[in-house]
Design a protein around this ligand. Structure first.
Ligand SMILES: [Ca+2]
Ligand SMILES: [Ca+2]
Ligand SMILES: [Ca+2]
Length: 237
């Protein structure tokens, strides 16, 4: 059939020419955009879009409460420069027992992932990096900065040439613009970076899933104590 070569060519061209589709969400609508995000939760963890942001709550203090929103149709690539940004607020004052943040996972294996979490103020507060490969999480490898703030912004960027993720925070949030401070880098090739793990990414077609989340461990989290806002995925790093 004459159309066959064309039909075969389209996906190929599409794959090569396709630039990253930017996403931004100010969470100002009454309801969460369910076309954009898939929602998942465990134990009593709950994410609710209200007052122009997404609030994390739990009514009962149980183990492993969490709630996650994952971008449904947008997977940034292994061969693109991209970044994700999020405003975060946390006045729970419980250190790492209550967090909000972002997770990037290997699109081919969710057990390979990196997380940037925000714990708020205090000696156990701050912005914390976690790197996990094949579900192995060594907390002695976490990297934390403690600017002693209850709100700020976080950014995870990916460089297609170095194949490094870089983790950043802004200690004042987005309202006054961004002044990014570098926390650390992670290499998914298993080589280089401040931390590393071999995710065995597909060199041609590898991609990543993007999620935002809240979680708590044995804590009641009242509405307004932990939240996030102003998600952005865009090209460049
Ligand atoms: Ca908002
Ligand atoms: Ca793996
Ligand atoms: Ca700022």
């Amino acid at each position: 059939m004459k159309t066959t070569p064309l039909l075969l060519a389209i996906p190929f061209l599409f794959q090569n020419a396709m630039a990253l589709t930017p996403v931004s969400d100010n969470f100002n609508a009454r309801l969460l955009n369910a076309t954009r995000w898939t929602s998942e939760s465990g134990a009593g963890g709950k994410l609710t879009q209200s007052s122009g942001r997404v609030n994390y709550t739990t009514l009962r203090a149980s183990d492993d409460d969490y709630a996650v929103l994952t971008l449904r149709n947008n997977r940034p690539g292994y061969n693109e420069n991209w970044q994700v940004i999020l405003d975060v607020a946390n006045s729970a004052g419980k250190g790492e027992e209550v967090g909000v943040g972002m997770m990037i996972a290997n699109g081919a294996d969710p057990l390979d992932n990196v997380n940037l979490e925000f714990y708020g103020t205090g000696p156990r507060g701050g912005f914390n990096f976690i790197g996990i490969t094949d579900d192995f999480d060594d907390i002695s490898q976490d990297i934390t900065a403690r600017p002693n703030v209850t709100k700020g912004s976080m950014k995870i960027s990916f460089n297609k040439n170095t194949k490094l993720f870089t983790f950043w925070y802004d200690r004042t949030g987005s309202a006054d613009g961004f002044k990014w401070e570098r926390l650390c880098t992670f290499s998914p090739t298993g080589k280089g970076g401040d931390r590393r793990g071999n995710w065995k990414m597909n060199p041609a077609g590898g991609n990543f899933t993007v999620a935002v989340f809240g979680y708590s461990e044995d804590q009641v989290v009242a509405n307004g104590k932990a939240s996030f806002d102003n998600f952005v995925l865009k090209a460049g790093n």
